[in-house]
Design a protein around this ligand. Sequence first.
Ligand SMILES: [Zn+2]
Length: 326
Amino acid sequence: MKLNTLRPRRLRQSSAIRDMVRENSLSVKDLVYPIFVVAGENVKEEIPSLPNVYHLSVDNAVKTAKEVYELGIPAIEVFGLPEYKDEIGSSAWDLNSPVQRAMRAIKEAVPQLVIIGDVCLCQYTTHGHCGQLCGHEVDNDATLKLLAKVAVSQAKSGADIIAPSDMMDGRIAVLREALDEAGFQNVAIMSYTIKYASGYYGPFRDAADSAPQFGDRRGYQMDPANSREAMKELELDLAEGADYIMVKPALCYLDIVRQVRDRINRPVAVYNVSGEYAMVKAAAQNGWIDEKRIVLESLLSMKRAGADIIITYHAIDVAKWLKEEN
Ligand SMILES: [Zn+2]
């Protein structure tokens, strides 16, 4: 073979040619912006480990939701810090908790914005675990009943999608049944299907005040060493009726995203988690990296791996950057 017959550089010669042959792209429509709602009025407090991400009272959550919608981002995911905590996390299904109040207010102010409700108990329990305890263990089946109450209360408050992040066995089937029984057949379930026990959640636990008071979450979240087990979780959630499949965190688990994408025909979401965000922000603040370039490259790599939806704290910045480029 002659040396000069295969020249991939022909397809990289100019920006126009590169545009023609580009295989993947990032759009504002791929993004979901997570928000943290707290009690009170006119609260907007920056979360120290998540620069430019805030604890918002309901009034400010509505303002942020409007901004998100006007930027063209299709959805927000709502997390909350409750006014009270107890052993079973009952504030999670209290219709007057900040999350439920924020959902109602956002749905009224920006009805076209898709509201995703995070369903878990760790932000609402005194012990910080994701379910009801029996001794020092999380009781799976007792927890399912509580999660069903949370899902229904969020659906009543205006959530379009319920996103269970607890990793209890059998939860998708139980939540589906509970939503249907309550008349919410059209509320979809975005399952945190494959959620690893990850060190990358550190800043989120400050943000959501949800660090476990003892032990850790390895008894229910997945071992980062495993991928076959991820496919088992996937099969279960598909069988139980999950409408969207999520992999969390994103960047360390893009191989898993690819495996999921190749196996299924339902939408795949990734959660670009707090630790991934905080590392980029810290390096950027030190002038060590080009923040915009690193963020766009990271999110594009999630698309390339097969993600349809990216939940990210960078969403507002990315929406603005993409607008500048067009
Ligand atoms: Zn949890």
